[in-house]
Design a protein around this ligand. Structure first.
Ligand SMILES: Cc1cc2nc3c(=O)[nH]c(=O)nc-3n(C[C@H](O)[C@H](O)[C@H](O)COP(=O)(O)O)c2cc1C
Ligand code: SF4
Length: 649
């Protein structure tokens, strides 16, 4: 059912420019730039989301000054060699009906990618993330930097952009100025709100006076910085009121946290409740004096976005990750095709890739930032084949629906009652329920393309049956392997998968002490730790590495550490389990060989490198192995491999 009358699809006047709907793309760094230059994928990322129906699009961070260039995958806004590509992006976004705003950025002292050549600070405290001590800018240096923001804004106005957004959130330079936590200056930029907002007000005024047409000036700032002595909601409201008085700002967006451990709040993951920060946005809206507010943070569905506007939490709805996973979110939502939206499950995989300095990757959107992404659908095959897919995990489901959409006959054989494979087990762990949406989305596609499911099929019985197919895809996944240690069978032993199955059956082990052997370091293992903490008085996590959660993106890892510590889970690093005898676990340090004994254990859970489930499958004809059945890797690879094969067959 079309939803043109939804609040979400009503236009909004922002700074004299009509934005076609309330859906905004908040800035998403893609690392697609090369040598600080705009690339085709940088351009496509924005243009495809405009084609997908997004109203207001904010570019990723654009450096305003050579010393802001933390690395070479960030676009230099001051470099005229980018002019043509930036102008083309502005033109193409506009042609697709979108409104394009450039996010102007300087990191100040904060250094997410070390080492950096140029930490510039407003005071001399170290960056909370990297402990980098910056050069403290003089009053004149700050003024010059203010000019750099203005110059880049005026350049972008000349190139056809609809506006700019000053990045004053997440603890970067402008937050450092705004926040009493980081700004201890004694000059005209330090002290009361009047001084701390001075540079931002001056920049906004100069841009306003420098552009003689409607040109949006937005500000992203924290509504809650999440540190004691920093910008809290009251302070944020006061800052908002002062800035609103100037009449130089056309919208305010609010992103939480800074580079302290509150960084977790800037990309709230699946453990946060949906729309976690919308109440905060309503408070800011009350302070903004009618200037539009963009509410954002873990808003992933049409229903929630609609509620945000209808109930006055925000005027615009920032949907960053929701539109990373589906460029056509807005179009599909407006047409009422909600089941067709590829859902964001807020696992922060994409953020982790960018934090690692790599180009952004989305784990179930293989076409991210390719030309035609927003309207992509599988091309019909010229020869229609009979295809058997063995295994209904994420890799099998992906190849199945894509191949079926191309016109092939596809039968999926799976051993369980319901499709979903091990991903369904992950979704049974606390806080990971959201992962079900990945499977559900694949099942919607599979059903609409006519995939046939054959449940309760044992692989070993399939041999003769598979001879009837032109192509066979083995996507049977993997199982965690039992670690090597001396075990007299005195404690109940589970793999993490088995623990999840026990939870599904409501047969969780309970007791005094559980040992969790973590040879995995992915997020589900720590969800399992939380589960054990709810069933055992004592949980001891043992890992051979010197740290935990090394395969979890930094932001989500912060949440993991918080939950582990809040639940008093004991962590023993650099150690392995040597033996479990008569309920006593002997833990051995991998460096020193020293041993310690933990008595009264009743449960042992291991999360370990996995083993391919189906090593051999003898069938004539063409056999393809994908995902973990090829070699156990991560969910992104499983889905992308299934997708690629579905397009090739
Ligand atoms: C991969 C990634 C890159 C991001 N890059 C930026 C950025 O360049 N500038 C910025 O202000 N925020 C950035 N953010 C934060 C988003 O703009 C947004 O505030 C945050 O993701 C919460 O919104 P969401 O829940 O709709 O994703 C990034 C987020 C992600 C996931
Ligand atoms: S990778 Fe994860 S967090 Fe990022 S857009 Fe996709 S589902 Fe959302």
């Amino acid at each position: 059912m079309d939803q043109p009358h939804a609040h979400l699809f009503k236009p909004l006047n922002v700074g004299g420019i009509e934005v076609r709907n309330r859906i905004a793309l908040p800035a998403v760094l893609t690392n697609f730039a090369r040598d600080s230059r705009v690339t085709d994928r940088w351009h496509n990322f924005l243009v495809e989301r405009a084609k997908g129906g997004c109203g207001l699009l904010v570019t990723e961070i654009i450096a305003v000054d050579p010393l802001a260039l933390a690395h070479s995958a960030i676009v230099a806004g001051f470099d005229e060699r980018n002019d043509d590509a930036l102008a083309k992006t502005a033109r193409d976004v506009k042609a697709a009906g979108g409104t394009l705003v450039a996010q102007l950025w300087h990191p100040g002292r904060q250094q997410l990618w070390q080492p950096s050549h140029s930490p510039m600070g407003v005071s001399d405290q170290p960056d909370a993330y990297s402990w980098t001590v910056p050069h403290v800018m003089s009053t004149a240096e700050l003024k010059r930097l203010g000019d750099a923001y203005v110059n880049v804004a005026l350049r972008l106005a000349r190139l056809g952009f609809d506006g700019i957004e000053l990045h004053g959130a997440h603890g970067y330079l402008l937050t450092q100025l705004l926040s009493p936590w980081s700004n201890t200056r004694a000059d005209e930029y330090g002290g009361p709100i009047e001084n701390r907002t001075r540079l931002i007000r001056d920049i906004a005024a100069a841009i306003r006076h420098g552009v003689d047409r409607p040109f949006i000036v937005g500000l992203k700032m924290p509504a809650d910085e999440g540190v004691s002595g920093g910008i809290n909601p009251e302070e944020a409201a006061s800052i908002t009121r002062r800035l609103a008085e100037t009449t130089h700002f056309d919208y305010f967006a609010y992103g939480q946290g800074n580079f302290s451990i509150s960084l977790e709040n800037h990309v709230p993951d699946m453990h946060f409740q949906a729309g976690h920060f919308i109440d905060l946005h309503r408070q800011m809206r009350a302070a903004s004096g009618g200037i539009p507010v963009m509410a954002l943070g873990r808003i992933g569905t049409f229903e929630l976005a609609e509620r945000v506007v209808a109930e006055g939490f925000g005027d615009l709805v920032g949907m960053g990750r929701a539109q990373v996973s589906d460029a056509a979110f807005a179009n599909k939502a407006e047409r009422g095709e909600l089941a067709a939206i590829r859902p964001c499950v807020f696992n922060n995989f994409c953020w982790g890739e960018v934090h690692a300095g790599k180009p952004i990757v989305e784990f179930h959107n293989p076409h991210l930032a390719t030309q035609g992404e927003a309207a992509w659908s599988p091309a019909r095959a010229t020869i229609h084949k009979r295809l058997a897919v063995v295994g209904a995990g994420p890799a099998g489901l992906e190849v199945a629906w894509v191949a079926a959409a191309r016109g092939h006959h596809v039968d999926v054989f799976h051993s369980g009652d319901v499709p979903g494979g091990k991903l369904r087990l992950e979704a049974a762990l606390p806080g990971h329920e959201e992962m079900t949406k990945v499977i559900d989305h694949q099942l919607v596609q599979a059903r609409s393309t006519g995939v046939n499911f054959k449940a309760g099929q044992k692989v070993e019985d399939l041999g003769p049956l598979l001879e009837n197919y032109d192509e066979v895809v083995v996507a049977t996944g993997s199982e965690q392997r039992q670690p090597e240690y001396l075990n007299d069978g005195s404690v109940s032993t589970y793999s993490m998968h088995e623990l999840a199955r026990a939870r599904e059956r409501k047969e969780l082990p309970r007791g005094e002490c559980a040992i969790l052997f973590d040879h995995d370091h992915t997020a589900p293992t720590y969800a399992g730790a939380s589960l054990l903490a709810s069933t055992h008085q004592r949980v001891v996590l043992v890992t051979p590495r010197t740290q935990v959660a090394s395969f979890v993106n930094y932001c989500s890892a912060l949440g993991i550490h918080r939950r582990l510590h809040q639940a008093d889970i004991e962590i023993i690093t650099a150690s392995t389990v040597a033996s479990i005898e008569r309920g006593a676990a002997t833990i051995q340090n991998v460096f020193s060989g020293k041993e310690r004994v933990i008595d009264n254990c009743d449960t042992f859970v291991f999360s370990t490198p996995r083993r391919v489930e189906t090593q051999f499958l003898e069938v004539s004809g063409r056999v393809h192995r994908i995902g973990d059945a090829m070699s156990p890797r991560n969910l992104m690879i499983a889905i992308h491999e299934g997708h690629a094969l579905g397009n090739q067959l």
